[in-house]
Design a protein around this ligand. Structure first.
Ligand SMILES: [Zn+2]
Length: 549
């Protein structure tokens, strides 16, 4: 996702944010599919809903514990038999019949529930008095309107059956399966309600399961990335906005087709049935819900949509959505990737210089961020999940990928990324998976690299002294890492500019030592004019340099 404006973030902090304890998945229980049938209200926040959950049980678990905050549960059936259940404020416990002897059994859990929705599905009336609702679940708010195993590691396919007044457009994950005006009920209701069905056939995490219900109009962006989608023939995209914003379109979405095509070629075929972009009520600038990206409403109203935001949320369809971090401590696998792939789109669309400028800006943000000095990127101790939306997960995560690419070269880096993606597609991954897959593809052990950049705070703060030795006609460098951080191991490129206008670039493999002295083997007949360190922006570090006496 893209963080919202700072004002909004601080407001949210006042509400206490989310403090969801990471749980271990209960052993042997795996949700395979959710089918939600939700009757939305004409006004207000009370929903009447039905969930059919397909659960695979491979253990002897005799309880199914689902997350569900607030709301009332009326009945629960398991495999067409009424079942005992307990509902407290945050969970629903369903008794399962004793497990039969076969290795695994599949249960159909049918839950009827209703009540006033307080979060997750953001229901409001806009300035024109129109009722609208948008799912906004990150990181653990699906449970406020959907009984789920609300954990990024339990992914499932989902079907949405949404009953709503006919003047609302319903959009959800996956493909539109059908729409039908309902003619049952009393005379008054006839022709006024419609059932809309969407189906996401790939497994996704509950935090990405959303619907939109609002008087939206759609703009068809057409079909691109032919032959580059898991759902042939290509990727069909559209934008949904409130009628007042219709004339803003396509606006920056004119390049949405190229963006999808670029990522499909760089990574792998697009993973979902379609890609919709919606004006919505998300608390984030943009939220990468699988196949239905929700953007903050204001961005459309003020005509402030950017290619960068579209590229970021689109890249998440692969990284975050199709390959989901196994737990929130590894959220950089989602946000760091989206941030870096947004910059790769800049490189593709605006060229090398714009890309380097973009990486330099990200680096400035990293070296100035307090959290980068205090906490590692892989932060499994942070329980305030909103706090993980920080410079570590985004900018430092992106820089970690950038350094891997610089170190391995394009073909090994992108080849390894493709291996990692394909191995964990429609499933979960950890940072160790990425380390193993990239390292395996490149035939090199990357453990030291992942440990130093992701598992401890900071970055190299380097002081370099250099001098020209006239007798030996060589340049000598003294590289010091005396800051508060442990010394790093990294490749450092040094460009030596000579007084005759020439230059040569020398790579130095700096070891993880406080002080390192290196003598360049090339002889220079005259003292160099100047030395440039990391001229092509490939190292996350601060460098201070000066000639030595
Ligand atoms: Zn993001």
């Amino acid at each position: 996702m893209r963080r919202a404006l700072p004002v909004l973030i601080s407001l949210l902090a006042c509400f206490g944010g989310v403090n969801a304890q990471q749980r271990t998945l209960h052993a042997g229980i795996d949700v395979l599919n959710y089918e939600f049938t939700i009757r939305l209200p004409e006004a207000g926040r009370i929903i009447d809903a039905h969930a059919v959950i397909t659960v695979r049980r491979s253990s002897s678990a005799d309880n199914l514990i689902l997350d569900l905050v607030g709301l009332q549960v009326d009945t629960v059936w398991v495999n067409s038999k009424p079942s005992a259940f307990q509902k407290d404020n945050t969970t629903l416990r369903v008794s399962l019949h004793p497990k039969t002897r076969q290795p695994a059994d599949t249960l159909l859990v049918n839950i009827h529930y209703s009540g006033e929705v307080r979060d997750g599905l953001i229901i409001r009336t806009d300035s024109k008095g129109r009722w609208c609702a948008f799912g906004d679940n990150w990181p653990a708010r699906a449970r406020y309107w959907l009984p789920t195993f609300d954990d990024p590691a339990d992914k499932a396919s989902v079907t949405w059956n949404i009953i709503a007044p006919t003047d609302r457009t319903i959009v959800a994950n996956g493909a539109l399966m059908g729409e039908r005006v309902l003619n049952s009920g009393d005379e008054h209701a006839k022709g006024k309600w419609r059932l809309t069905t969407w189906r996401m056939s790939k497994p996704i995490a509950p935090y990405l399961m959303v619907i939109a219900a609002a008087p939206l109009v759609s703009y068809d962006l057409g079909l691109t990335a032919l032959g580059l989608s898991e759902f042939p023939p290509g990727v069909s995209q559209s934008v949904y906005v409130f009628p007042e914003q219709a004339d803003y379109l396509p606006g920056p979405f004119e390049r949405a087709g190229e963006i999808v095509e670029f990522f499909s070629k760089t990574i792998a075929p697009f993973p979902y049935e379609k890609l919709a972009h919606l004006q919505s009520s998300t608390r984030y600038g943009g939220m990468e819900n699988a196949s239905a990206i929700f953007y903050a409403e204001d961005i459309f109203r003020r005509h402030m949509m950017t290619y960068g935001l579209i590229a970021h949320e689109t890249a998440h369809q692969w990284f975050g959505d199709a390959v989901t971090p196994r737990s929130w401590g590894h959220v950089w696998l989602s946000e760091g990737f989206a941030t870096y792939f947004e910059k790769l789109w800049v490189e593709k669309s605006e060229g090398e210089a714009a890309f380097r400028t973009g990486m330099k800006e990200l680096r400035d943000e990293v070296v100035n961020a307090r959290e980068v000095r205090q906490r590692p990127v892989i932060d499994t101790l942070q329980t305030e999940l909103m706090q993980l939306l920080n410079t570590n997960s985004y900018q430092k995560g992106a820089w970690t990928l950038h350094m891997l690419r610089s170190m391995l070269g394009d073909s090994l880096f992108f080849g390894g990324i493709r291996v990692y993606y394909m191995r964990h597609r429609h499933s979960n991954a950890t940072s160790d998976d990425l380390c193993d897959d990239l390292g395996g593809f490149a035939h090199t052990n990357l453990q030291w690299f992942f440990d130093q950049w992701l598992r401890r705070p900071g970055f190299p703060e380097i002081a370099v002294g250099w001098k020209y030795d006239a007798q030996s006609q060589t340049v000598i460098l003294e590289i010091d890492q005396h800051s508060g951080f442990e010394p790093y191991r990294f490749p450092l490129k040094v460009e030596i500019q000579t007084t005759d206008g020439g230059s040569q670039t020398m790579p130095v493999n700096v070891p993880a030592e406080r002080s390192y002295r290196v003598v360049f083997p090339q002889k220079l007949r005259f003292p160099p004019k100047t030395l440039l360190f990391d001229p092509s922006i490939e190292l996350l570090a601060t460098v201070k340099s000066a000639p030595m006496d």
